[in-house]
Design a protein around this ligand. Structure first.
Ligand code: PMP
Length: 355
């Protein structure tokens, strides 16, 4: 850091994204990307949009919001588009947290939440999970702050039902609840239908996972018109052209063929069941994940050992050296071929470690 950086950032510990290896890694299962390329219509739409890059994009993302509204069965005025759902979340921290309203989120969750709290200079309260890593809605009653919950949670993959989310909403009429649905399309009930009924709900989704567009940086929020107006005020005060022409075209094309994305999600879910079954046969224990990743431990091999041995063998998964979860690894669910490579290499590692 230079000597000029404001002292307000003295305690800032930036978020560490999962590794994007430069060396040749055969099987990359560490950042929950889709194993499928985006649908061909997306590449064609991007190529076409590139011909008009001399012009600024539509700052209201009108066409894209219309498409999102159609697919999600909401009004276009209930949608905001963002440069990745990380941006939607950041705006929500800016809009709904301050010195009087702290942020409240699970003790184990998406690692960006404490970073957003730090950079916006607000306090946060971390709520412990139950022993099985699930969230107890009652722990969030009268939360006295803005609640952020990833559903399914990360890195555990454990979901809340829509009824449980409604329960939290009903017990927090004066607090905003942000439901981060980055991984919702792999078998979790979405909270979007609750938006019509609750003015204190913001649902955040992304094109990164279920629509194979992590490289494009496109996310969105769905909430009451008033909530969306709040977030737009922040957007217009920071970066009105946050969705570029390429991302806008890609998003529209992707949603025009959303049934293909959904079929890809179903394949990932089948591959998840296949991987779970095989890992359980090898003695692994895991949470009941409804995400495109699983969270696993082996009673006889440490999380770190498994992570390092697999890495040597060209399979990269995600490990955190943190007290509660050091025994665990998060494994992204990829194609059947990728999962077969993972299972083959895991068997080899177990053979070596357990002999
Ligand atoms: N929420 C959760 C729980 C995530 O894991 C991620 C991906 N790292 C995001 C939000 C952000 O996704 P993106 O910015 O790619 O939309």
């Amino acid at each position: 850091m230079s000597r000029f950086l404001s002292s307000k950032f003295d305690n800032l510990e930036p978020y560490t994204p999962g590794e994007q290896p430069k060396t040749q890694i055969l099987t990359k299962l560490n950042t929950n990307e889709s194993p499928f390329p985006p649908i061909p219509e997306v590449a064609e739409a991007v190529r076409k949009a590139a011909e008009t890059l001399q012009l600024y994009p539509d700052p209201d993302s009108t066409e894209l919001r219309k498409q999102i509204a159609r697919v999600m069965e909401v009004d276009p005025d209930e949608v905001i588009c963002n440069n990745g759902s990380d941006e939607t979340l950041y705006f929500a921290f800016m809009a709904y947290c301050d010195s009087e309203r702290s942020a409240v989120f699970p003790q184990l969750t998406y690692g960006f939440y404490p970073v957003f709290a730090e950079i916006t200079g607000i306090r946060f309260r971390e709520v412990p999970l139950k022993e099985d890593f699930s969230i107890d809605p009652a722990d969030y009653y009268d939360a006295e702050g803005t609640i952020f919950i990833a559903n399914p949670n990360a890195p555990t993959g454990v979901p809340l039902s829509r009824a449980q989310i409604e329960d939290i909403l009903q017990h927090n009429p004066d607090n905003v609840l942000v439901i981060d649905e980055a991984y919702v399309d792999f078998g979790t009930e979405s909270a979007v239908p609750l938006v019509e009924k609750y003015d204190n709900l913001l649902v955040v989704q992304t094109f990164s996972k279920s629509r194979s567009m992590a490289g494009m940086r496109l996310g969105y929020g769905i909430g009451s018109k008033e909530i969306i107006a709040d977030l737009n005020a922040i957007r217009y005060s920071t970066n009105p052209y946050n969705i570029d022409r390429l991302a806008m075209a890609a998003g529209i094309a992707s949603l025009e063929h959303d049934e293909v994305n959904r079929a890809h999600c179903r394949t990932v879910m089948e591959n998840r069941e296949y991987t779970v079954r095989n890992l359980k046969e090898l003695g692994f224990e895991m949470t009941d994940s409804t995400a495109n990743f699983i969270f696993v431990r082996h009673p006889e091999v440490s999380g770190k050992t498994l992570f390092l041995r697999l890495r040597e063998r060209g399979v990269i998964i995600r490990h955190w050296d943190k007290p509660m979860i050091a025994d665990y690894n998060r494994i992204t669910i990829g194609s059947r071929e990728q999962m077969d490579i993972l299972l083959r290499e895991v068997r080899e590692v177990l053979k070596e470690e357990l002999q």
